[in-house]
Each structure stands twice: as C-alpha cells, then as structure tokens.
Ligand binder design. Structure first.
Ligand code: GLN
Length: 490
C-alpha cells in the first residue's frame, strides 16, 4: 500500500470515504512524519493531541454517516499568522510571546467546519515580512529540496514553514498568506502548488495583519486539484471583514475540465526582464509551448507599468504595516519589557520584540506616511498602484489568463542575500504586480533547474475568476508531469 503521507487531499478524501483507513490513522502517519522532520523547523507549534482528538471526531462523524464536509479528516498545517483558539499564535515574532487567542480566524474556522484536522502552526517570516523564511524569531526553515552541493536552502517566504511541511509530506495541505508573493514564491522554491486568491475571496478576520489592502489567505498543496478543494473550504463571504466579497463560492474542483482549447493565454512582455536567469526564461518558454500544445491561443500583451510595481509595493506595504503594528505596545499582547515610564516601556518592548526586518518596515512606513513625505511617496504610490491595476484590466480585455515565471531564481542557500534587503525584495518582482491589483494567481511546479531544484510558473487571472486560473493550472500541471517528492522526508 502507498504510504498515507504520499496521498493527496483528493486521494485521501476518497480513501477515507471508502473506509481504506481512518482519519486517526491518516493523522497519526502525518504526526509521525512531522515529528521525524523536526530538523526542517517547519512548525513553531505542533498540536498532535488536538489533531488526534479532531481526527477521532471525524471518524465518529463518518461512522454516523454525518460527514462534516469536503475536508473531513484531512490533516493540514496552519501558518502561524492565523489566530487559533487556545493555540499559541506568534506570527513568527518575539513580540507575540505567549499570545493564545480566545478566537479562531475565519479561514481556519472554515477549514475546521469542513472537517480538516490541524496538525500545528507553521513557521514563517516575522509578521510575514520576507521571501526566505529567515526573519522568524523561531529560526530558519530548511527547504526539503537540496541542490547538487547539498547545502541547506531556504524554502522561500514568508509562508516557508507551510511550503516545507507540504513539500516534505508532513501535511496534505497548508494555509499560507500572500501579501506580495508569500504563497506563490515559496511554492515555487519548494516544488508545490500555491494559490493566492482574489483579494476579498477569503476573509482576513482573525489573521494577524501585515498590509491590509494586500493580505490574502490561500492554499498550499501538492496538486492543483487539492488547491481547488482547499480553496473551496477556506473561502466565503464574512460579515466580520468588510473587504470580504459578498459572493458565493463556486465548486472550484468542477472547473478542472482538463480542456483549455481556445483559452487565450497572455504573455506580458515586460516580465522578460534584462539580465533574466536563462533557466527561468527557458522554463517560461517551455510553459508557453505546453499551453500551445494543449490548444490555448498565445497572445503577447503589455503591462507597461510593471517596472514600478516593486517600488510601489515597498511603499504601500510598509506604510500599512507601520499602522497595523502600532498595536504591539506591550500593553495588549504578548511581550512586555518594563521601563521607567510608559514611553520607555513602549520603546523597550518594541525594540526587543521586533526583529530587524520588521523595524526596517516600520521605519519606512512611518517615513512615507509622515506629513512632509506623504504626497511624494504614499500618495504617489497609490496613484501608480491604480495604473498597474489598469494595465491588467486592459490586458484581460484580450486574454483569459497570463502566464509568467513565479520567481526570478531557484531556492538559494541559507545565508545568501541576508545582508542586502533590496536583493531580497527583488524575489517579488513577478508576484507583486498582481498583489497590487488584487488578482488571483497560482504557482505550478513546472520543472527542475540544472541544479535539480524546483521551478514554478505563475498563472494570473481576472478578479474572482479562480476557476479559469485553476483550469489552466491543472492543464499545465499535467503537461509538466512534475514529481513533487523531494525524496527526503526530514
Ligand atoms: N516578500 C514580500 C515582503 O516581504 C511579500 C511578503 C508576503 O507576501 N507576505 O513584503
């Protein structure tokens, strides 16, 4: 028999339905894998007892022919940015020491309601700021994949723990959040599928905020079908988040028809950047060819403001972060470092509680929002954001989806780019434009680099058209035939 940890969400679902194994057995197999792979540092908090209890409840529901939902009994991991009732929630930060929410985020509650079993909370860049999972207070996450030199590599970030857990088969799926690429980029680095839905598709309620106009939760899985199943369980309107869209949740799995004949796939010329990594360019060409072979029409399009996306993002995201992070004052949450006065206590708590990258963002954010610079930076960035969104609107008049690379490189070694924040920010060059425009995007593992490491391609779609994105991604996945197994489980 196949190992239970080698199943996908879809095949595990079918096996549970047929009674081939129980949810407790499936969960136990994943708990054992999670324990054996502690060296990856993918989890900040493991919740095996809770998982076993929920799995047992799932088995009871099933025995009573009272199944809860589409993910009943499926073990998953939850990024430590989602508040989980009674379970430590850190956002990867020292400042949230000991923070145990009394409530559950809407997304994790939706998954719970669908029957999913939480194995634990995954490691992440502090407050989701990063592209390599090297800014966590809880240490680096190690990518389950290794290149030829055998060095430890980053899994991408900020959802690096979720990516590593899914890639190493410690969980069948995991939640991530994507503000500028944090689902798609780690998916590309770790050889899995990562879907950022349209802004507003999933509720942000109960998710620790980074940049509120950009943050969006999404699934990280080993197949496109699993992403469709998991998104269906996560998404939905939520009256507690005024930016959550009041629209229904389609059957995303039903969209996987395997047919993209006549689908118009746009290739944005501005994504072909100077000095582009030739392997990434070759992969992109291969992906274009696969879509063509599958019957899609390839259309060249232009997104003229692409070059402004990265600087625009690195004004807007830190501005919003500086406002959101003002609440960590030593009074309301987690860590408190005493001082001689109230102001000193604030300063001591924030100095000790935040890491360097978070401080950098708060400094940038307060600077661009300050009275003297607001017009020059923040207001200007908002205007450029609109132009970037308009470029996409125009392109989508002519095409159904866009195909681009996900990340400019393969996973790099832990330690690289660490002293150069701008080099780190460049990882997001292909992902941030769609984030600024609020569009859905998916990364599909499409090939290996010469060094034997996974590389992903990105498909972007129209607002709330995840169905077409998933349909196209499913075809790309089949054509690429990528083997998601890194071949080492810890
Ligand atoms: N790497 C980007 C940043 O550091 C994106 C992070 C994210 O999407 N959460 O801001």
């Amino acid at each position: 028999m196949r190992k239970l940890t080698d199943l996908t969400i879809a095949t595990a679902r079918d096996g549970l339905a047929k009674g081939d194994f129980s949810a407790v057995e499936l969960t136990d197999a994943h708990i054992a894998a999670m324990t054996a792979a502690r060296g990856l540092n993918a989890f900040i908090t493991e919740t095996p007892d809770l998982a076993r209890a929920r799995a047992a409840e799932s088995d009871q529901r099933r025995a009573a022919a009272n199944s809860a939902g589409p993910m009943d009994g499926i073990p998953i991991a939850v990024k430590d940015l989602f508040c989980t009732e009674g379970v430590l929630t850190t956002a990867g930060s020292h400042i949230l020491d000991g923070f145990v929410p009394t409530y559950e985020s809407t997304v994790s509650q939706n998954l719970r309601d669908a029957g999913a079993v939480m194995l634990g909370k995954t490691n992440m860049d502090e407050f989701a700021m990063g592209s390599a999972n090297i800014t966590s207070y809880y240490g680096n996450v190690i990518n389950p994949w290794k290149g030829k030199d055998g060095k430890d590599l980053v899994p991408g970030g900020s959802s690096g723990g979720s990516a590593a857990a899914v890639s190493a088969r410690l969980a069948l799926g995991a939640t991530g959040t994507d503000t500028g690429g944090s689902i798609r980029q780690p998916a590309s680095f770790s050889g899995i599928v990562g879907l950022k839905p349209t802004y507003g598709r999933c509720s942000r309620w109960g998710t620790v905020a980074f940049a509120s106009s950009l943050d969006q939760a999404g699934p990280m899985t080993r197949t496109v079908r699993d992403a469709a199943i998991m998104l269906g369980a996560m998404a939905g309107h939520d009256a507690r988040d005024s930016t959550s869209a009041p629209i229904g949740v389609p059957d995303f799995e039903a969209a996987l028809s395997g047919d993209i004949k006549g689908l118009k796939v746009g290739i944005p010329k501005e994504y072909r950047m100077d000095g582009m990594n030739p392997e990434i360019e070759a992969l992109w060409a291969k992906g274009i060819d696969m879509m063509k072979q599958a019957g899609a029409d390839i259309v060249d399009v232009s997104l003229p403001n692409t070059q402004h996306a990265l600087p625009t993002y690195y004004i807007i995201a830190p501005a919003e972060a500086s406002a959101n992070l003002a609440r960590y004052d030593g009074v309301r949450y987690g860590l408190r470092v005493p001082g001689g006065s109230l102001d000193e206590m604030y300063a001591n708590t924030r100095s000790e509680g935040f890491g360097d990258e978070v401080k950098r963002r708060v400094l940038m954010g307060t600077y661009v929002l300050s009275a003297g610079f607001y017009d020059a930076y923040y207001r200007k960035a908002q205007r450029v954001r609109k132009l970037i969104a308009d470029d996409f609107t125009k392109a989508f008049e002519a095409v159904d989806v866009l195909l681009t690379p996900t990340a400019p490189s393969e996973a790099f070694a832990i330690g690289e780019k660490m002293d150069d924040p701008v080099a780190m920010y460049l990882n997001d060059v292909f992902t941030v434009p769609a984030s600024l425009a609020g569009l859905p995007g998916i990364s599909v593992p499409t090939g290996l680099s010469g060094n034997g490491l996974p590389l992903g391609l990105q498909l972007l779609g129209k607002p709330f058209d995840e169905e077409t994105v998933l349909r196209a991604a499913h075809v790309l996945e089949s054509a690429a035939g990528f083997d998601t197994n890194p071949g080492r489980e810890g």
